[in-house]
Structures are given as C-alpha cells and as structure tokens.
Design a protein around this ligand. Structure first.
Ligand code: ARG
Length: 460
C-alpha cells in the first residue's frame, strides 16, 4: 500500500518528481478558504442527515475552522506529497482531530469538491470585477461631462472622417464596458450552481441534502445532472471569454491613449503617476501602463484558447486534464482587476488638450460630408453631390484651402445651389450639433446620454 490518501490498491510508490508533476498544490492553494468553506458545509450536512454523528460533524467543522485561522495567520505549510489543496486540508485535519477526519469525505469525491471550490472562488470574485467596472464607468462619465462639447476629429481607417465630441467618444467606451458588465453579471448565473453532491460522477447512495449545502454556501441553484456537475467548466470559460472581450476593449482605448499622447497628435497627456521615463533619453514620457494593458490582452486570449482547448474532446466525466483549468482563471482575475483599475486611474488624471483637438478639425476636410449633405437637401442627388464635393476637396488640397475658406463665387462656380449659409454649416461645431439623430454626436445628445447612463449606474 502506498502512503497516499488513495493508496489502498497501490503497491509501488511513484518517484517524487512524478508526484510533483501531478500535483496542483502550488497553485490550487489559492482556493484554500473555499475548500474549507465547502467542507464545513458538507460536514454540517452529513451531521444533520445522520450520515455521521452530530458530535463528529461538530468536531470536523471545529477542526476546519482552526485550520482556516492558521491559514489566515500564515501558519500553514502545504506539502506537495499531498498533491492538491483538498488532500492537504484533509491531512491537516487528520493531524488536528485524528481519524474522525476521514469521515468528512463520506458521500463526496474530489471531483465534486474541486468543482465546488472553483465555483466558489469565481463566485466570490465576480462582484469585485463588477465593482471595478462601475468605477471605470463612473470615471468615463465624469470625463464625458467635462468634455460633452469638446470637439475633435472622428476617424475611420485612422483618417479624419467627421467631427465628433470627445465626450461622445468616451461614451462609446461606456457602452462597451456596460456590455462587459452585463456579461460578467450573467457569468454569475452559471457560476452560482452547486456541484457538491454529484460525488465522483454518479451521485451517492447516502441520504444527502444538497439544498441545505447550497443554502449554507449561498448558491442560487444546484446542478441537476451529476455528470454535468463534475465536468462543467463553462462558468470558467465564460469568465475567460468575458475577460478577453473586456481586455480587447481596454486595449483599443489603450492604443488611442498611446497614439493621442504622441508629439504628432498631442490630444492628451497622461499624468506623471501613470507614465514612465527613459533611462537614457531625459525628455521621454512613455505611456507604459496603457501599453502594458494592451500587452496583457494577448495573455487573456491565450487563457481563453488554453482552456477551450483543454476542454475540447474530454469525455465525461472528470479527467485530470481539468486540473489545467485554474491557473489561467486565477491569472485573468488578477489581470482584469488590475487593468481596469489602472485605466480608471489613467483617466482620472488625464489632461485633455481641447484646443489642439479642435484645431485639427479646422484645416482639414472633415466637413466635406456637410457640403455633400447640403447639396443633397437642395435636391442634388447624393451621388452627384459627392462627386462635386470630391472635386472641391481636390482643388482645396492643391491650393491648401479648406472648404470653409473658399470664396462663395468659387463654390458657386462648381455648384450654383450653394449660398452664404454654407459657411456656418461647414463649422465643425455646427456639424457636430446638427447630428441630433438618435445615437449621434450632437452635444445635446451627449448630455442626455450622460444623464441616462448615470441612472444606469445609480440603479446598481
Ligand atoms: N487537483 C485536482 C484538480 O484540480 C482535483 C481533483 C482530482 N480528482 C481526481 N479524480 N484525480 O482537478
């Protein structure tokens, strides 16, 4: 017999390095608190159901509570020989209370235990993700309020397209983070399901009470199929998928923060506490933290692909492959929380160069659509109007004259429908403020959206 908790049918011992290869204690110890929490609930249930005596149940629960205190005090050392967090805690419990500890594993398997711990771990942390997203959204609304009327160029293909407001731009990200919020909120639904009681894969012959355990642990619902309970990692995949999408959003904004703080753009400046210098070039101020968030996005995709690939082709029910589910989730939880926090900080200290933003809309041709629309409202078919304005833009580029600086007679020579009132329409401010269509960039729209979005945050 080997000295393992499961060693009864074994005669030979594995080499230490083989044990280490199979062990997960170096990372799954992060779930120690959840493992203890789950075990206490299970022990209580066993006692209540008369599967073990009340005295035994109380002894086990008391022992687990002491281990938890020692854990918090940093007094516990885990042993790789005990493979994972579940067997480490059980072995510590045996040291504390003797052989009665062995009764804890009645009507339970590590398969439903690990799934329960993992569910609990994610369940405990999703609210932090939601809180951090709310803080980021609040920061965006604060900045959008200041800049509801700050005019800048909007881009497509990174070429000047049409003027927009910086506030409108910020609210676009508010919407993305709102969808992220809703995804993580939904993530809670599939995380909030209790696997415990599925035992190894088929359920148990013991008269357990899964509803009781669910209510002890605060689970909303219970897996209805024991095979699914121990094999499902959708909640983790959904978390990783949500995290990847969120990181993609952050990365897009990071790219703009980086680009817009260059000498060439000079739209914004990051605060000193969210920038770094160079060890050789004294003038440098680098957007390192935005770059790092952008960089970490790669890791988030890797995590999602990693677990998707691990799960692919796994026959039901538990397979050891699934031990690979945790590290990426642990890592992504830290990554998401830190990245969102860094973003909130970067935005709160941001300096916005309004004049520079406005100026870039005044010697360009981002008002060309205004002129085409103007002609269209005067009855010129839009395609024709487009061609006429295209010609004017071409002469404007050659003579370095933006449309609003061209003489009326020159404009009329190309399109006699043009009158004096075109000059107002060609102002970027007018162009912005006439875009009152639902979802458009007009300042009044942006202000209304801020009010609507504030209500969304207040209702949380
Ligand atoms: N350490 C394992 C994991 O993380 C626990 C479950 C082990 N179960 C088993 N039958 N080997 O997946």
């Amino acid at each position: 017999m080997s000295d393992k908790l499961w060693g009864g049918r074994f005669t030979a011992k594995a080499a230490e390095w083989v044990d280490e290869f199979g062990a997960s204690i170096h990372f799954d110890q992060k779930m120690a608190a959840e493992d203890i929490e789950g075990s206490i609930a299970h022990a209580k249930m066993l006692g209540k159901q008369g599967i073990i005596s009340t005295e035994e149940s109380e002894k086990i629960a008391a022992g687990l509570k002491i281990i938890n205190e020692e854990l918090i005090a940093g007094k516990i050392e885990f042993d790789v020989k005990n493979e994972d967090i579940h067997m480490n805690i059980e072995s510590l419990l045996t040291e504390k209370i003797g052989p009665v500890a062995g009764k804890l594993h009645t009507a339970r398997s590590r398969n439903d235990q690990v799934a329960t711990d993992f569910h609990l771990w994610v369940k405990h942390r999703l609210p932090h993700v939601l809180e951090s997203l709310t803080e980021l959204q609040e920061e965006l609304l604060t900045l959008a309020t200041t800049h509801a009327g700050t005019i800048m160029s909007g881009y497509t293909h990174l070429q000047h397209a049409q003027p927009i407001t910086y506030g409108h731009y910020l609210l676009a990200y508010f919407e993305m983070f709102q969808r992220d919020y809703e995804r993580f909120e939904f993530n809670q639904k599939h995380t909030d399901i209790l696997p415990l009681g599925a035992a190894a894969l088929a359920g148990t012959t013991f008269p357990i009470d899964r509803e009781f355990v669910a209510s002890e642990l605060g689970f909303d619902s219970i897996y209805h199929n024991s095979l699914d309970a121990v094999s499902d990692r959708d909640f983790a995949l959904e978390f990783l998928s949500n995290a990847a999408i969120l990181m993609m959003h952050l990365s897009r904004m990071a790219e703009e923060l980086i680009l817009w703080s260059t000498y060439e753009f000079n739209y914004i400046e990051l605060s000193d506490d969210f920038s770094t210098g160079s060890s050789i070039m004294p003038q440098k101020k680098n957007a390192d933290f935005a770059e790092l968030v952008r960089g970490k996005t790669g890791r988030s995709y890797g995590a999602l692909m990693g677990l998707l690939t691990t799960m692919k082709s796994l026959p039901l029910a538990y397979n050891k492959d699934m031990q690979e589910d945790k590290e990426q989730v642990f890592d992504m939880m830290d990554t998401v929380l830190a990245s969102v926090k860094v973003f909130t900080g970067m935005l709160s200290g941001l300096t916005v160069h309004k004049e520079r933003m406005l100026a870039t809309t005044q010697d360009d041709f981002s008002n060309a659509t205004e002129l085409a629309d103007y002609l269209a409202t005067k009855g010129v078919p839009f395609r024709e109007a487009h061609a006429i304005v295209g010609q004017l833009v071409l002469t404007g580029i050659q003579s370095k004259t933006p449309l609003q600086k061209m003489a009326l007679s020159d404009l009329q020579a190309v399109a006699p429908q043009i009158e004096e009132d075109i000059y107002d329409k060609l102002q970027s401010e007018t162009a912005v403020n006439r875009r009152t269509s639902l979802g458009g960039t007009a300042v009044e729209n942006v202000k209304k959206e801020i009010v609507r979005n504030k209500k969304i945050l207040e209702a949380r």
